[in-house]
Ligand binder design. Structure first.
Ligand code: PEP
Ligand code: MN
Length: 369
């Protein structure tokens, strides 16, 4: 059961203390308090865990500070929507707001290779009004002899260049808990010129021990990728591991499913699940057309399949696009064949902005039905 208090409830007020005292004395119930600080208001939610079946919802609703009470199912307790369409979604990190309403493009290098390419990427993003990117330093590779990413040694120049070009958030995959400390150290020594969103890759979706550690830290938000070979339900339960450990600043990313059915694409594009995730959970939803489609093939209309897939995600209401670009894809150390080119960036951004607008138009069309 979740007890949602009125926005901006003062924790020193008599009403709050009385409400808490009532809840604390409920038999066989333990409390967990979650505070979400939004741009305009602070929202406090109290999770009642344990023997909640016998509780009278009305008794709790009548307490002074209580706005409403939601009975929740066993699944995705914290991240779930539990049929309450008014539950808040999203968070603000390093001045950038992420929610189920807005939209960000995280264009960037699949993997950091040279400082020159990092700088070209960051500069182009700033020129086109972007403040987020993607950059991999720790790469999970199928083949142990493939390039594994430059690791911690590239972090200082990546962060400095991000700061130089006004990039506020970098999505960066972590494959091991020790890398979180390496990121923190590099941010510290460079004076925190940017922020990092920790990415959990599809190969680690059910690496529960990694998820617990990433969930225990609250400094960085998390971009959590759907597992490419497990059900949506299993992936959503895995995301809940992050929240159950304390970090509910999570964005859920669709990136295609491993299946022969997807050929000639690298994976079966699964962006029809965007609205499903928004219905079941409060997480903002990201789509990754690069790792879904995996090629630069284009149709006779002149539009690349990667761009079509991204558009499909946004028209269905996605809140973020994670997409590979590269200044010189033939020299890229990872995933060159699926990268978009720098001169495609302005058209891509324009197309995506139009798709998001079009989604809002679609929403209005169906609003009154
Ligand atoms: C990536 O985004 O660089 C990546 C490795 O993606 P995924 O985990 O979806 O394969
Ligand atoms: Mn990649």
């Amino acid at each position: 059961m979740i007890v949602i208090l009125h926005p901006n409830t003062d924790e020193k007020s008599v009403e709050y203390l009385e409400t808490m005292s009532f809840l604390e004395h409920l038999p066989n119930i333990s409390l967990q308090r979650h505070v979400v600080q939004g741009a305009d208001q602070k929202l406090t939610e109290i999770y009642l865990l344990g023997d909640t079946q016998k509780l009278e919802q009305g008794d709790i609703e009548s307490l002074d500070c209580v706005d409403r009470v939601i009975r929740i199912s066993q699944e995705y307790r914290i991240l779930g929507r539990h049929k309450d369409q008014n539950r808040s979604s999203g968070f603000t990190y390093n001045g950038v707001q992420f929610s189920q309403e807005n939209c960000h493009i995280l264009a960037g290098l699949c993997a950091v290779d040279t400082p020159e390419h990092v700088e070209m990427m960051m500069k182009a993003l700033q020129e086109h009004g972007q403040d987020c990117t993607r950059m991999g330093a720790f790469k999970p590779r199928t083949n142990p002899y493939s390039f594994q990413g430059h690791g911690k040694q590239c972090l200082p120049y990546v962060f400095e260049l991000a700061g130089k070009y006004g990039i506020k958030v970098i999505a960066m995959e972590v494959t091991h808990e020790s890398q979180i400390e390496e990121i923190s150290t590099a941010l510290r020594v460079t004076g925190s010129p940017t922020g990092v969103m920790l990415q959990i890759g599809t190969r680690n979706t059910q690496n529960f021990e990694l998820l617990k550690v990433v969930g225990r830290q609250k400094e960085y938000p998390v971009l959590f990728k759907r597992g490419y070979g497990v059900s949506l339900n299993e992936s959503l339960n895995a995301a809940e591991y992050l929240a159950s450990e304390g970090n509910s600043n999570v964005i859920f990313c669709l990136r295609g499913m491993k299946s022969e059915g997807g050929a000639p694409h690298r994976n079966m594009v699964d962006f029809a699940h965007v609205p499903v995730i928004k219905r079941l959970t409060r997480m903002p939803v990201c789509v990754d057309p690069s790792h879904s489609v995996g090629t630069r093939d284009k149709s006779p209309d002149g539009i690349l399949d990667v761009v079509h897939a991204a558009a499909q995600g946004l028209i269905a209401g996605a809140n973020m696009v994670l997409v590979d670009f590269h200044p010189e894809p033939t020299t890229a150390l990872v995933d060159g064949p699926q990268a978009l080119l720098m001169d495609e960036l302005p058209r891509f951004l324009d197309d995506m902005a139009k798709c998001h607008e079009f989604y809002n138009e679609r929403k209005k069309l169906w609003d009154h039905v």
